[in-house]
Design a protein around this ligand. Structure first.
Ligand code: NAD
Length: 298
């Protein structure tokens, strides 16, 4: 099966690299020429636009940073919708159920099947091929794409309703965003009260307060003050806002989600969209006048 990949960023590049390593012929496109060059060095063929990818490949995957980019790449003037060869389009980005359903409808009119397949597991999961991939769309298309998706991780079929995979991914990310925000707040509180942050993380991880934030994000990117986990604050703000909108649209309570969105918007204002999402601790530290610094701990 001829494959294409659009969007070679933090997530897309290592995913494309895995597909190449697996022996697939891959045509790629990114608006950043340097990303394209790096992929070509690994054996990919460069295309000049999303449509050019879809002229050459039957199955096209994409990992893009915003709803606007996903819309442009799927249905824009030089989007995959105008491609001659494409049969199925797999969007691995987080764009929300409404946008995914809309794109699926437009692509279906041109005979292109869409799977929305947002992923979880971060850059490490993309490199190691251990992503959780939450897929929705036509079941036969899911079956056809399963082997490819297994190169990237563990595909889980969420349902045939377009956008269902997106809803599941937003649920996952609200949990992830909320626990990171909560861990930031309690760690700052403990340090302010005189506790050692490294000991705090050890105790949390031995107790019922352990989360992915305490097990992985804090030890790797906050305690050593590197803030380099690999997910941008701007992307997390996108995701929590999408969750809140979907919750409100569905008529589901969202008091916690509203507080979580406020925490992330403060981080966005103070640290900027390109900052690593582990920077969420910084505005809390500033407000308390302490730093969650594990470098001096034994
Ligand atoms: P990124 O910004 O690192 O990468 C996006 C890439 O898309 C960039 O290389 C950019 O140049 C390219 N791009 C932008 N507009 C384009 C266009 N119109 N045509 C072609 N290329 C274009 O973002 P990322 O961190 O890789 O995230 C991608 C998606 O995966 C997002 O939806 C994000 O929410 C989701 N996600 C990210 C992570 C993570 O840890 N980074 C984890 C899970 C899910």
């Amino acid at each position: 099966m001829t494959l294409g990949f659009i969007g070679l960023g933090h997530m897309g590049f290592p995913m494309a690299a895995r597909l190449l390593r697996d022996g697939h012929e891959l045509t790629v496109f990114d608006t950043r020429p340097e990303a394209l060059e790096q992929a070509v060095e690994l054996g990919a063929r460069a295309a000049s636009s999303a449509r050019d990818v879809a002229d050459r490949a039957e199955t096209v995957l994409a990992s893009l940073p915003s709803v606007a980019a996903s819309v442009e790449v799927a249905t824009g003037e030089r989007g995959v919708i105008g491609g001659r060869r494409i049969r199925r389009y797999i969007d691995l980005s987080t764009i929300g159920a409404g946008a995914a359903a809309d794109l699926a409808g437009q692509l279906a009119e041109r005979g292109i099947a869409m799977l929305d397949a947002p992923v979880s597991g971060g850059v490490g999961g993309a490199q190691q091929g251990t992503l959780a991939i939450m897929v929705s769309g036509p079941r036969d298309e899911f079956r056809t794409a399963t082997t490819i998706l297994q190169t990237l991780g563990n595909p889980i079929f969420i349902g045939t309703k377009p956008g269902a995979g997106q809803t599941m991914k937003l649920v996952n990310n609200l949990m992830s965003a909320a626990t990171l925000a909560a861990t930031a707040e309690v760690m700052v509180m403990g340090v302010k009260a005189g506790l050692d942050p490294t000991v705090m993380i050890e105790a949390l991880n031995a107790g019922s307060g352990a989360t992915h934030a305490s097990r992985d994000k804090f030890p790797r990117a906050v305690l050593p003050r590197t803030f380099d986990f690999g997910f941008a604050t701007g992307l997390m703000v996108k995701d929590v806002r999408l969750y809140l909108q979907e919750a409100l649209d569905a008529g589901a309570p969202a008091e916690l989600a509203q507080a979580v969105v406020r925490c992330w918007e403060t981080t966005l204002d103070r640290e900027g969209p390109e900052s690593d999402f582990t920077s969420i601790v910084r505005p809390v530290e500033d407000a308390a006048g302490v730093i969650v610094d594990g470098r001096g701990s034994s």
